[in-house]
Structure formats: C-alpha cells, structure tokens
Design a protein around this ligand. Sequence first.
Ligand code: PBG
Length: 339
Amino acid sequence: MDFSPEIPLSLPRRPRRLRQSAAIREMVRETRLHPADLIQPLFVVDADRAREEIPSLPGQFRLGREDFLAELERLEGLGIRGVAVFPRVDPARKSRTGREAALDPGGLVPSLAREARRRGVGINLIADLALDPYTEHGHDGVVDPESGRVLNDETVAILVEMALCYAEAGIDWVAPSDMMDGRVGAIRQGLDAAGFEDTVILAYSAKFASAFYGPFRDAVGSKSGKGPGVDKSTYQVSPANAREALLEVDLDCEEGADLVMVKPAGPYLDILARVRERCGIPLAAYQVSGEYACLHAAARAGWLEYEAVRDESLLAIRRAGADLILTYFAAEVAGRMAS
Ligand code: PBG
C-alpha cells in the first residue's frame, strides 16, 4: 500500500490525542503516589546510637534508639504516616521458642514504642508479630524438637501475648507475618478482651514462601550464611498458588483483619489485582528486600536507570490495587515529592 499522508485515517478513537503534552498526560493520569501511601520499614538494634550498614540493602541501616527516634521525626516531616519496626535481636537472647525475648515488655520494640509515645511522635508504629527475630532457628513459630514441625496453636498463643505486650507499649498496628492458621481471630479477641479494641491489625495474608526475603533475613539476623535461609514452605503460601492465597485473604477478612497484605509485591501483581476486586478493606503490598536489592544491583551495574525503575515499580504496585506500599524506597521517594 502506498503511503499517502494527505489522507488522514478516519479513526473514531485516537488514544495518542490524550498523550500529546505533559500537561494533558498529567490530567488523565490514573494512578498517583503520595507520601501517605508509603510505609517505611526500619531496622533497629539495642544500642543508644548506631547506624549499621546492611550490605544487601544499600541505603538501609540498623538504627540505635536515638537514631530511630530521630528518623521517626524526619519521616513524619516528609509526610510518611507509618513505619514498620524490625528488631535485630542479640543472638544470646534468642531461644528455641523465642518466648522470653518476644514477650519482654522491656524488649527493644516495646521500649522504643514507649519512648516514641512519650515524645509525642504521631507517626503510626507498626510491629510484626512473628517469632523469627527471637528464635535461634529463624522460624516464625515454635518448632517441635522431635518432629521439626512448626506448631500452629502453640505459636498463636504466643502471638496473642506478643500483641498485648506491643499494644500496651503503644504500638498502633500489629502485623501478624507468621502465617499460622487462625491467628488473626485469636489476636483480635485477645486485644479486645484486654481493652485494646483500637489496635489495628494489618494481616500479612497472602504471604508467599518467597526467595526474595534474603536481604531482610540478613538485616534481622534470622539466618546464617548465604542463600535465602530457612525453608518456610509449611506455613507460607507456595508461589505457584493463587487460589490458596485468596483463601488466606478471605479468612483474615472474616477473622477481623483491618487491612490485608500481599507480599512480595512486584512478582505478585496478579494477586494484588484479584484481592482488590474481592475484598473491600484497605490493601497493602510489601515491596520486599529482594525486590529493592535487585533494582539497586542493576542500577549499580549501570544496566537500569535507578530513579525511573524505582518509581515505575511503585506505580505498578499502586496500579494493581495496593492502597499502601511497604517499601524501603519510602523515605527517599517521599523526600523527592516534598522537594
Ligand atoms: C518475618 C518477616 C519477613 C519479612 C517481613 N517480616 C521475612 C520472612 O518471612 O522470612 C520480609 C520482608 C522483606 O524481605 O523485606 N516473618
């Protein structure tokens, strides 16, 4: 066919019309990021002052108490409204069940929460409920010494106590990340019975047995040596299973979760989109340590353009349906929005 520029095609729709200028593209933009959508995970250590680098998470640090409290103020100033706190526990304090350290009201997470409350910090403090920072084997629950099984109901009982200990200290949201059956309902009942009906439950609902958690496990010290660490496939969902992940979401909604989460985020956008359609409560996604590490590594090698892929990765997670994103990029992205 001859090319005849003098004859315009007669098209009922020209989608390019709405892409012709930056101004019009901005007006028809469907998805935006706002600092209040972003939750910053922060690692803490039991020291007054510390800022320990985490080599597999470039730009992230394990913070001492004062550094953590100062960081909360800085993040609040950037418009971030929530942080997720993860302790690195001294190996000498770890045990087989993790019970003592996890339930110690003077432990790192409760004492930091008390101090933040005393100083009038307004940012929402979110704390994981799982035993992995406190157990010597790194599993999220109590391991039966004979069978090696992770015991469900025994673990749930400890998580309920842990929720009370955290709520008492001033943690605003508890986030069960353990994937034991029935934990959301049990935690809700325990909190309500103790008068903590305002404590929010953010359920890690569709949490996959992913190999993308490696750098996080380096950061909290829940594994030794290289590789992804312990195999959690008897409680976390198989990456092959979508229907099973949706069942977990349904159960957590029924049991009273205030928000549900999909984790990891980027490789599981199909799950995010499907959860968004079936469930009306707010939806969070966790862009996990390995996703962050991949983008950094590729950018360092000069293979990807750092800021562009960072922003695109977050936008895609929002577009798929997440209201909130837990991401190690939170502070820097909010900082760029503020400037
Ligand atoms: C603990 C927990 C994990 C993460 C958040 N909470 C690791 C795991 O389940 O082994 C991973 C977060 C990340 O990789 O950034 N249960």
